[in-house]
Design a protein around this ligand. Structure first.
Ligand code: ARG
Length: 382
């Protein structure tokens, strides 16, 4: 975090007058970096939502604000988008209060990404719904290689990843791993601190899509890699179809995954995991935004339901492919996840919206979309 640094006498009073209501006045170095970075962003050909929505007058209005809780600045939120003009989004929240202090930039970005969730809208109550509604989409294993459903959670009374002190990190890891170690039955497993996993084993786990990577410049410039690899880790159940990432981008990413296309089963396992952890941890939830996460793309239901899928005919018809992706609110990523390329024709396709719809509806959006893609794939083939 960029914190108030030593100021020349006199500067303080001047800054106090300039600062808007909120935290401490912003320091001159942070302000300079914000202004330079913003100028470069405006001059760039960035297609990020940050550039689209942070118009000059709004920038001027927000640039000196800080939060009262942790003194987070606009730079703490947008450094990632200023450093990476190829960002799709370009903004993160260092702590829950940032969504309020900088609401004027977060709200339009949330509305744009989640396709119409307005600042006057309220995210619905948590509703996982009936898992049985989701039958296997590909019982003959022709298209879907694997299925994964995850959600994100933040622990109450802690800021998000870029704003945690080294002590808070350690405390959080102890709380989360303690909760994980109480898991029983099919969830029983073990927590491995990242620092204790040998490099070659780490790579193997990454290749098998179990473990997160550590080289994402978008996350790095958002401040999420501070003290890395301290306090990060991964929990596996014995069958390795239930995984929890600890302190990667969010405090917790609760993941259920397995080979094939049995979405109902995968979803059900994730829900059981969340409910078991809720008994031991208090999660941050906002009245309007739902469950709170570091990145505004993950708020609300926080659900990302995805498949690894091969659709060779649609791949040869990109116009049709993209038309369906858009119609069904789907998002496409490379084989190894975000910001990676497609290998061997394997796409990672998921729901895009997470805010403004329930957990059940988010999974259903992916389910209906994947079914439509498979139908189209078959039709083109005939
Ligand atoms: N910050 C990146 C961007 O703006 C990723 C956004 C969504 N992904 C994420 N892991 N939060 O492109």
């Amino acid at each position: 975090m960029l914190r108030l640094q030593a100021l020349r006498p006199g500067t303080f009073l001047f800054l106090c007058r300039q600062a808007s209501k909120g935290g401490k006045p912003i320091d001159s170095d942070t302000l300079l970096r914000l202004e330079d970075g913003y100028k470069e962003l405006v001059a760039s050909d960035s297609k990020s939502l940050l550039k689209k929505h942070l118009k000059k007058d709004l920038f001027e209005k927000l640039k000196k604000k800080t939060t009262a809780s942790f003194n987070s600045s606009l730079l703490d939120c947008i450094q990632t988008g200023l450093s990476n003009h190829d960002s799709a989004v370009g903004i993160v929240a260092p702590e829950p209060e940032a969504y309020k202090t900088f609401a004027e930039i977060f709200d339009p970005i949330i509305e744009d990404f989640h396709k119409g969730f307005k600042k006057t809208d309220k995210h619905p109550e948590c509703c996982f719904g009936k898992c049985n509604d989701f039958a296997n989409l590909d019982p003959d294993n022709k298209y879907i290689l694997s299925t994964r459903v995850r959600c994100g959670r933040s622990v109450k009374n802690f800021p998000f990843i870029s704003c945690l002190s080294e002590n808070a990190f350690a405390k959080l890891e102890a709380m989360i791993s303690g909760a994980l170690n109480t898991m029983s039955g099919s969830y029983k497993g073990s927590y491995l601190p990242l620092s204790g996993i040998e490099k070659s084993v780490q790579q193997k786990l990454i290749d098998e899509h179990f473990l997160f990577r550590d080289c994402d410049r978008f996350l790095k410039t958002s401040g999420a890699k501070r003290f890395w690899p301290a306090a990060r880790g991964i929990y596996f159940n014995e069958a390795r179809n239930f995984v929890v990432w600890v302190n990667e981008e969010d405090h917790l990413r609760i993941i259920s995954m397995e080979k094939g296309g049995d979405i109902g089963k995968v979803y059900e396992r994730m829900i059981g995991g969340v409910e078991a952890l809720e008994k031991h941890l208090d999660f941050s939830r906002d009245e309007r935004l739902g469950y709170l996460t570091f990145c505004p793309t993950n708020l609300g239901s926080t659900i990302r339901a995805s498949v690894h899928i091969k659709l060779p005919n649609l791949s040869d018809n990109p116009k049709e492919f993209w038309k369906l992706m858009d119609k069904y609110n789907l998002q496409r990523r490379g084989t190894r996840g975000e910001h990676t390329k497609v290998e061997d024709g394997v796409y990672d396709i998921s729901n895009k919206r997470r805010v403004g719809l329930t957990e059940y509806e988010a999974v259903k959006e992916m389910y209906d979309g994947i079914r439509a893609l498979i139908d189209a794939e078959n039709k083109i083939f005939k």
